[in-house]
Design a protein. Structure first.
Length: 224
């Protein structure tokens, strides 16, 4: 009877020892726990090991190098862009002045030949205040002229072949009566043509028709 009890106790002890050994084997073969990728690598407040020289310099308080990538979660600073330079605005008045510097013919408008060509002279202070052939008092500041045959009151467009400038004059006197000159213009008209100080110079004449108040843009020829 005693032998039977001892056999039972020994069997139970062997079973307990086997279960303990099996438990240790199962624990040793169990896989290591894997960190959840969604969790932070370290608890808050515990410094992590720097992954590169840029993080090491940042932990030591050194300024960030321009070659280091920006820290995670911080937007990269945009590089300053050069401000666009506004295009220069052309002066409209200057453009109109350049476009209206003298008559210019149009490609659709036929060229109008001059009615007369020859030399022109001018007279001014010496004859200022004298009576003209038409009975008017000559004024050197008016845009008038003397012609041998044109009726008084005729309006004539005069163009200087030297400067290319034009002026409209009204015939109120007779002349010139010397040489091959075809017209004598007042001092004001000569100044407009750029003739002052140049003496006698070649010109072209156009008779203005009724309704014409200015020189036609289809004048032929050009200044040399």
């Amino acid at each position: 009877m005693q032998r039977t009890d001892k056999s039972v106790k020994r069997m139970r002890w062997c079973q307990s020892l086997g279960l303990a050994a099996l438990s240790w084997v199962l624990v040793a073969c169990a896989p290591m726990p894997v960190a959840d990728p969604g969790l932070p690598e370290a608890a808050a407040g515990i410094p992590t090991e720097p992954r590169n020289a840029c993080e090491l310099a940042q932990q030591r308080g050194a300024p960030r190098s321009r070659f280091c990538a920006p820290a995670a979660g911080k937007p990269a600073e945009s590089s300053p862009r050069a401000k666009p330079v506004p295009e220069p605005v052309r002066n409209e008045a200057a453009r109109r002045g350049a476009d209206s510097a003298g008559p210019q013919g149009s490609a659709d408008e036929p060229v109008r030949e001059s009615d007369q060509q020859g030399l022109a002279s001018w007279y001014g202070p010496r004859f200022h205040g004298r009576r003209t052939a038409s009975g008017e008092i000559f004024n050197r500041r008016d845009f008038t002229a003397a012609h041998r045959t044109l009726p008084f009151g005729t309006r004539v467009c005069v163009r200087s072949q030297l400067t290319g400038r034009v002026v409209v004059v009204r015939i109120n006197d007779r002349g010139p009566f010397s040489g091959n000159r075809v017209i004598d213009v007042s001092q004001a008209a000569a100044q407009e043509l750029g003739m002052l100080g140049l003496g006698i110079k070649p010109v072209e004449l156009w008779l203005l028709e009724d309704g014409e108040s200015d020189c036609s843009p289809s004048l032929s020829g050009s200044a040399p």
